[in-house]
Write a protein that binds this ligand. Structure first.
Ligand SMILES: [Zn+2]
Length: 293
């Protein structure tokens, strides 16, 4: 039975390095409208194709001392950092799944989620862009996972959902798990859409993007109500703090009106908060409850 297989953190880290390398390919080629498979990995400066030993995750960057072998142009440390981040999160995904009902399936799902979130965080940071080609599949995969999870083990999605199911006399079965995940996805999108509409009515300007709404829907599907709301609050706090620091230390010349129009990569903050939430669901809410009681 596959469900009984234990995921090994070291093996997950190794695959994390490879998929981190693939993440770099996607985050660079998707905005440029290039194919993800063709041509093979090449230097962005001199376009020369890389030999296998120049294309090893993290290791090649160290061996080449952060420069292209051919043209000696610097290679961004973002490459090895993204690979290391993916590897570390994948190892955590394996370690955190040991006591789950279906450890291997759980570890794989968390790994996929972390990969998608890191990719969206990077794309929004660099291009203020959360592409439909990533957000829609992320929503679909989240719903698929909730359905699969309900089948693998009759565990509720979150304490709040368990409460709702219990009070309505429903069991955490496949249809109810899918219904709960779909509702959480819709609420997530609605939060952003309402804020967006309000902002537009008040300022006649776009506040949050539609990409943020789709990302929130994905978070609802993957994390459930509580953790999705938690991610949103953490992201808004972090983005506000970042904007404040940016205003104080970065661009002092900017006026308050400029600041209101400042494009903030909210998606980056949302995606990173969601990574924290998949490991510790609802931690902000729990912290809040602990201090307010
Ligand atoms: Zn080069």
């Amino acid at each position: 039975m596959h469900a009984l297989l234990q995921p090994a953190p070291a093996l997950f880290a190794l695959f994390g390095l490879l998929f981190g390398s693939f993440l770099n390919v996607v985050r660079l080629r998707l905005p440029a409208g290039e194919s993800i498979v063709h041509p093979g990995s090449h230097c962005p400066h001199c376009q020369r194709l890389l030999a296998w030993w120049q294309n090893l995750p993290v290791l090649s960057w160290i061996l080449l001392r952060g420069r292209c072998h051919f043209c000696r142009q610097p290679i961004s440390p973002a490459y090895p950092l993204m690979e290391l981040a993916t590897a570390a999160l994948w190892a955590c995904a394996a370690a955190a799944s040991a006591h789950q009902p279906a450890p291997l399936a759980h570890a794989l799902a968390v790994a996929v989620f972390c990969w998608l979130m890191l990719l969206l965080a990077a794309l929004d940071w660099q291009h203020l862009w959360l592409p439909d080609r990533i957000t829609w599949p992320a929503i679909a995969l989240g719903l698929l996972w909730q359905g699969l999870r309900a089948n693998l083990a009759p565990a509720p999605v979150s304490p709040l959902v368990a409460e709702l199911l219990h009070s309505s006399g429903l069991q955490p079965t496949l249809p109810s798990a899918l219904l709960a995940a779909t509702l959480a996805a819709l609420v997530g999108a609605a939060i952003v859409l309402v804020i967006r509409l309000t902002y537009w009515l008040v300022r006649r300007r776009e506040g949050m993007g539609l990409g943020d709404a789709k990302l929130m829907a994905a978070l609802g599907a993957w994390l459930g109500f509580t953790a999705m709301l938690d991610s949103f609050l953490i992201a808004v706090f972090a983005a506000s703090a970042a904007a404040l620091l940016w205003m104080l230390f970065g661009k002092l010349r900017r006026s308050a009106t400029d600041w209101a129009a400042m494009p903030l990569p909210l998606g980056t903050f949302l995606a990173l908060a969601a990574i924290a939430e998949i490991f510790h669901p609802g931690w902000l809410l729990h912290l809040w409850l602990r201090f307010s009681l």
